[in-house]
Design a protein around this ligand. Structure first.
Ligand SMILES: [Fe+2]
Length: 498
């Protein structure tokens, strides 16, 4: 269906007068003014110097003082004026065009900066407006953030964009604080293409939702951490494109360049006038890991800023699930979640991973993630796929537990003093947990899991196979499942056999 001229005549031509700035020839005689039924904007628009805007989502207030053009069905290269800069485009005109089947409007490219600035100025009010649909707000906030970070990484630089970054970050945190549905919508809106700007905006918006879910409610802190997430990889401007987009394995020289980006990024931000401790720490520490195996400084968990630990989780998740150049998507969501859970607490803070998985599950329940968030357990009798060098696949859990050392008393085993513990992963072969007391490897233990569902009051027995200091007085234990009596008999038999 094509819209007729009479239906979508220019707004200020209602009295039979041409719109201000209207070409002398007026509208095409056949009245075919449009894009009705068009699934995408005109490819010729950029060539002709126009920026397409989706009619449904365009922020009408941001069109003030900007001429609005339409496409034509009869000539792909023509974009006649619909509303001049002097005549205000309103919601009435949006509805009128929508009823006529128009999907896109066009503004001249030289008005793009003004349009962007006007969108950013309205963004906080829009994010707080209960009358605007959450899907519209999320898309607008996300897309505006992408535009801005693109400019930060290109000609504009950080210093000139700081006031705009602050406005956009405030819009993101306003959205997250005011509407519990924000994260599912922001996640669904997000692109997963691993371009640096996309990645930085994903991390910034997701970090804000995750920190808020974990109890960060201070407005200034939320704004700072959102900005931190959106700037955390700014040091990649110093890494050559061919390294960032390399299809094969990185050489040692490539790695050196890549691993320098946190330090280069923090130096760059300081030189651009950024003084926020949160922004600088997150930029510097987002590749550090809990056990000190990260870079650039090999800091341990207790030396890291709490928000750096949040950034590390969403940064790694996005890196695993995004499509990279020349590659398909590296991991499914469930695979990435399994890896994060398996690598906590050594690499990631288990509480952050658990909160992130809860957010993802919430987005799935809201219908905004249409794939499994958690890998299903293997069917009974099936050989589980090994993870790395492990014989049994591990599943991340976050389960309070009580551990008792088992002490030999004659022919019986007695429980020693209870030790408070938190189990963080489990497999058919054993369990990983944090305990408040060290347990010597070789010690038999009984473990009571106090989780939900199948983990409720489960009593398990096994032997400590690993114990190392973690942080804040906790110890990281690995327990292999076994029956103490049978294990002891096997050990005696092995000794007897010489
Ligand atoms: Fe990074």
């Amino acid at each position: 269906m094509e819209a007729a001229l009479s239906v979508i005549a220019p707004p200020n031509a209602a009295a039979g007068q041409p719109a201000a700035g209207q070409p002398a020839s007026g509208q095409p005689a056949d009245g075919h003014l449009v894009q009705s039924g068009m699934p995408a904007p005109r490819p010729a628009a950029a060539r002709a110097g126009f920026l397409p805007l989706p009619l449904d989502q365009v922020l009408v207030k941001a069109l003030a003082g900007i001429p609005v053009h339409l496409g034509t069905a009869c000539d792909a290269d023509r974009f006649p004026l619909y509303c001049s800069a002097a005549a205000r485009f309103t919601e009435f005109h949006r509805r009128r065009l929508k009823d006529a089947g128009v999907r896109f409007i066009y503004i001249p490219m030289n008005y793009q900066g003004r349009f962007q600035e006007q969108v950013e100025k309205e963004l906080i009010a829009i994010a707080a407006d209960p009358a605007v649909a959450i899907s519209t707000k999320s898309t607008l906030v996300y897309e505006t953030s992408i535009e801005l970070i693109d400019q930060v990484l290109s000609e504009q630089g950080v210093a000139r964009c700081l006031p705009r970054l602050d406005r956009v970050a405030r819009a993101v945190s306003t959205l997250v604080v005011n509407d519990g549905r924000a994260f599912p919508h922001l996640f669904a809106t997000a692109q997963h293409d691993f371009y640096t700007a996309t990645h930085m905006v994903n991390v910034g918006t997701w970090m804000t939702a995750l920190a808020f879910a974990m109890g960060v409610t201070d407005e200034a802190e939320l704004n700072a951490l959102c900005t931190a997430g959106m700037l955390h990889d700014v040091g990649k401007v110093y890494v050559p494109e061919h390294v960032l987009n390399k299809a094969g394995a990185l050489s040692e020289a490539d790695w050196l360049l890549l691993r320098a980006h946190p330090v280069r990024g923090a130096e760059h931000l300081r030189s651009q006038g950024v003084v926020s401790d949160i922004i600088l720490r997150v930029t510097l520490e987002h590749h550090e890991r809990m056990d000190g195996t990260g870079y650039p400084r090999g800091l341990r968990g207790d030396q890291l800023h709490p928000l750096s630990k949040i950034c590390a989780v969403v940064d790694s998740f996005d890196a695993m699930t995004a499509c990279r150049p020349f590659k398909n998507r590296v991991k499914t969501i469930a695979e990435a979640v399994t890896i994060l859970q398996a690598e906590a607490p050594h690499k990631y803070d288990p509480a952050v991973v658990a909160a992130w998985v809860d957010l993802l599950k919430g987005a799935a329940a809201a219908g905004k993630i249409n794939e499994p968030v958690v890998a299903p357990p293997p069917p009974p009798g099936a050989a589980p796929a090994p993870v790395g060098r492990r014989a049994h696949e591990r599943y991340g859990i976050n389960c309070p537990a009580v551990l008792h050392p088992l002490l030999r008393r004659g022919d019986a085993w007695e429980e020693g003093p209870a030790v408070t513990a938190k189990a963080h992963n489990i497999s058919r072969g054993g369990v990983g947990l944090l305990a408040q007391t060290a347990v010597k490897p070789g010690q038999f233990v009984r473990l009571l899991l106090r989780g939900k569902g199948t983990l409720d009051n489960r009593t398990l027995e096994g032997m400590a196979v690993r114990c190392r200091p973690f942080q804040d007085g906790w110890h990281d234990l690995g327990i292999k499942f076994c029956a103490p009596a049978a294990e002891e008999q096997a050990a005696v038999a092995a000794l007897a056999a010489g």
